[in-house]
Design a protein around this ligand. Structure first.
Ligand code: 4NP
Length: 157
């Protein structure tokens, strides 16, 4: 039950940060062998590109290196190879649910904020059009959320 895909729109800001933070928390708790962690976007504009430079920089403030990630788009096979697909916002969730209707899948598709208990947000805000302080806020939110998500998924097993 440990293949997990984080999904946002462009796969260059939020989901790469979620992937990096979730992996970091797994490593800190020596659980990295139990999880296969990846990220993707519902859109295809940035496929093959590294994360936004501001996302790389803010992750580094947490000693998390996301610079070698490469953006990809969600594919039909993701609905078979992942146990969990975690959406950053309700638009991503709706898009994923629409795609999942076309294939019979046991993958659990969920909104990040719905899977954790200490939440004061519904959607992870998209920082792409914002400035660096928006990336800092999103990084803080995702660092906490990913630690909580790890607790939830461990309890689930
Ligand atoms: P992300 O942010 O979904 O957090 O990666 C975005 C990045 C790029 C675009 C939209 C959102 N875009 O429209 O290119």
């Amino acid at each position: 039950m440990n293949n997990i895909l984080f999904v946002c729109l462009g796969n260059i800001c939020r989901s790469p940060l979620a992937e990096g933070f979730f992996r970091h928390h797994c490593q800190q708790r020596k659980l990295e062998k139990q999880f296969n962690i990846d990220s993707a976007g519902t859109g295809n504009w940035h496929v093959g590109k590294p994360p936004d430079s501001r996302a790389i920089r803010v992750a580094a403030e947490y000693q998390v290196d996301i610079s070698r990630q490469k953006a990809k788009q969600v594919t039909a096979s993701d609905f078979h190879s992942f146990d969990w697909i975690i959406a950053m916002d309700r638009n991503n969730l709706a898009e994923l649910q629409a795609q999942a209707e076309n294939c019979s899948t046991n993958t659990r598709i969920a909104l990040l904020s719905a899977q954790i208990n200490t939440v004061d947000f519904v959607d992870v805000p998209d920082p792409w059009y914002g400035d660096y302080s928006d990336f800092r806020e999103v990084a803080q939110l995702l660092d906490t959320a990913c630690a909580n998500l790890l607790d939830t998924l461990i309890d689930h097993d």
